[in-house]
Design a protein around this ligand. Structure first.
Ligand code: VGL
Ligand code: ZN
Length: 193
């Protein structure tokens, strides 16, 4: 199958931040494994002149999702701290557009589209399809993919470039199944290149 990657496509890299990698404050198992794969997708994006967007979880110090504020996560991705930085080895190009989310104390925002204006920004650029990878499959990837489809974008889910938290075993697999049913097309690098 040919996916004809090019005009109208954008690469959306979700939350590949140090706190989500092994050793980080909310480490996703094997979260670091997405980095070299995403670097290959970034090379493809460069070859095909795709827009590249990188989102980041960008919490204030007392975000409601943190356990000591009554939430369910350890403190993570506090804005302007080293843990909130993108993975050091992720080869984001100079023109990468950054989307910051969950920036207000009182609101959780797992989706890159929630309150960020991202859909309109993409439409204004003529983007019709998104290649989506990053962390974590069962949270920010799931919510972002759902919203992308609802907003009318086609989605290629980069299934070799996502990893799950798996609070319950199987959460990641369930999320992948839900995204597929909703219309996301799972692909691997070799199928695209
Ligand atoms: C995420 C848990 C808490 C994510 C963000 O980026 O998937 N997960 N905050
Ligand atoms: Zn978070």
């Amino acid at each position: 199958m040919s996916f004809n990657i090019g005009k109208g496509d954008a690469l959306l890299i979700v939350d590949v931040q140090r706190d989500f990698l092994p050793g980080g404050k909310l480490a996703v198992p094997q979260g670091d494994a997405v980095v070299p794969v995403l670097n290959r997708y970034l090379e493809l994006a460069h070859e095909k002149a795709l827009l590249v967007i990188a989102s980041r979880d960008w919490h204030p110090p007392k975000h409601c999702s943190f356990r000591d504020q009554g939430g369910s996560w350890p403190e993570h991705c506090v804005r302007d701290t080293p843990g909130a930085a993108f993975a050091a080895d992720l080869a984001l190009p100079a023109g990468t557009e950054v989307v910051s989310k969950a920036t207000r104390e009182e609101a959780e925002q797992y989706s890159d589209f929630d309150g960020t204006g991202l859909a309109d920004r993409l439409r204004a650029r003529g983007i019709k399809r998104l290649l989506i990878g990053g962390l974590a499959t069962d949270y920010c990837i799931l919510h972002t993919v759902r919203d992308a489809l609802k907003a009318g974008f086609a989605v290629l889910l980069l299934r070799d470039a996502i990893r799950a938290v798996n609070v319950k075993p199987g959460d990641g697999a369930c999320a992948e199944e839900e995204m597929r049913r909703a219309g996301a097309v799972p692909v691997t690098y070799d199928e695209l290149a």
